[in-house]
Design a protein around this ligand. Structure first.
Ligand code: AMP
Ligand code: ZN
Length: 110
């Protein structure tokens, strides 16, 4: 989708620090990391949020990518987050999963 920063990252129109890529997804380091490991996993296809995501193949590809990233980075303890909607803190409207690790992560998050 035009003017979507994460579409541009998926299309390699703007640079990112890529961690993983497959036919359906790319994963890259968050620009403003909230933990020593902070990776974003996105589908190559544009969906604004989880509310719009309606393809089960893409859903499973996203979780598969999380597992590939954590294997690659050799992390077993991590948090995955999907912020959906402004009220939940979503700022980029191309669905993305956050993977956070490398420091103690408390629960509940607050
Ligand atoms: P959210 O608040 O869930 O929409 O998360 C958006 C995330 O995207 C934030 O953690 C930002 O730091 C991150 N972000 C925004 N632009 C970029 C970019 N060009 N490259 C990497 N991460 C980005
Ligand atoms: Zn997009």
């Amino acid at each position: 989708m035009e003017n979507c920063i994460f579409c541009k990252i998926a299309n390699k129109e703007i640079p990112s620090n890529l961690v993983y890529e497959d036919d359906y997804t790319v994963a890259f380091n968050d620009l403003n990391p909230q933990a020593p490991v902070h990776v974003l996993v996105i589908p190559k296809q544009h969906y604004s949020s989880l509310n719009e995501l309606d393809d089960a193949n893409v859903m499973s590809a996203l979780l598969n990518a999380v597992k590939e990233v954590t294997k690659k980075l050799k992390i077993t303890d991590y948090r995955t987050v999907i912020n959906t909607g402004k009220g939940a803190g979503q700022e980029v409207f191309h669905i993305h999963l956050h993977i956070l690790a490398g420091r103690p992560l408390k629960w509940p998050p607050g």
